[in-house]
Design a protein around this ligand. Sequence first.
Ligand code: HEC
Length: 209
Amino acid sequence: MIHRLIRYFRRIKLPVRLITLMIIGVASWFVVVSCGTLDGKQLGAKVPADLVADYIYRIIWSERTIYGKHVVQRLKDENVVMASEHWQQEKSLPLPAQMFRMSSELASENSAFSYGAISPWSLNQNNSPNTEFEERAMQNILETGLPYKDYQVKDGKKYFSALYPDKAVSAACIDCHNQHPVHKQRYPQKVFKVGDVMGGILVNLPIEN
Ligand code: HEC
C-alpha cells in the first residue's frame, strides 16, 4: 500500500510534488496548533474554589510540620540552636508560628489572596477573628472540629474563605501557649489541653463576581 503510494508520488512532476508537500506541511502545522489551542482551553478548566483552598491548606500544613520537626526540633535536640520568640535579638530560630506569619505576609503582599492563623485566644492581637465570617467560622470549627467554608465580602471584595481547625497536636503547643505571659494576662481562664482546637488556619481566595 505505502510502496504503491510512493511509486504514484514519484510519477507526479516535481513542482506538483513540492506543492503537495507544502500543503501537507501547512495542514499538519494547523492540526498541531489547533490541538495546542485546545490544550490551552483545557488549561483554563475551572477547579472548584473549595478544592483550591484544600490544596493550599495542605501546603501550609506540610511546610509548618516539616519546619517544626526537621529544623526546630532537630536543631534543639542536637543542641545547635533553639527557636525563640525574640529570635532576632537572641540569634535563635523563629518559632514555627512566626515563620508561618512571615511567609503568609510575604505571600499576600500586593495581592488580595491571603492566609494566616487566627484564634479567639490569640497571642498576637492581629490574629484575632475580625470579620463576621471569621467569627462564625471559628465558632463552627470549635464546635465541630471540622473545616468551615463560605463566601464572604471583605472591604468590598468577594472571597471564598475556608477555616481549618488548628489542633494542639503535641504538648509543646499547649505548654508554650498556656505559659505565655500574654496568654496568662489576657485569657487566664483558658487552659489548652492536647487535642484541643487552639484556633484555625484561614485561607482567603479572592474571586471574580
Ligand atoms: C514556643 C512557643 C510556641 C509553640 C511551641 C507553639 N506556638 Fe502557637 N504561637 C506562638 C506565638 C508567639 C504566636 C504568635 C505569633 C505571631 O506573632 O503571629 C503563636 C500563634 C499561634 C496561633 C495564631 C493565634 C495567636 O495565638 O496569635 C495559633 C492558632 C497557634 N499558635 C497554634 C499553635 C499550635 C497548634 C501549636 C503546636 C503545633 C503551636 N501553636 C505551637 C507560640 C508558640
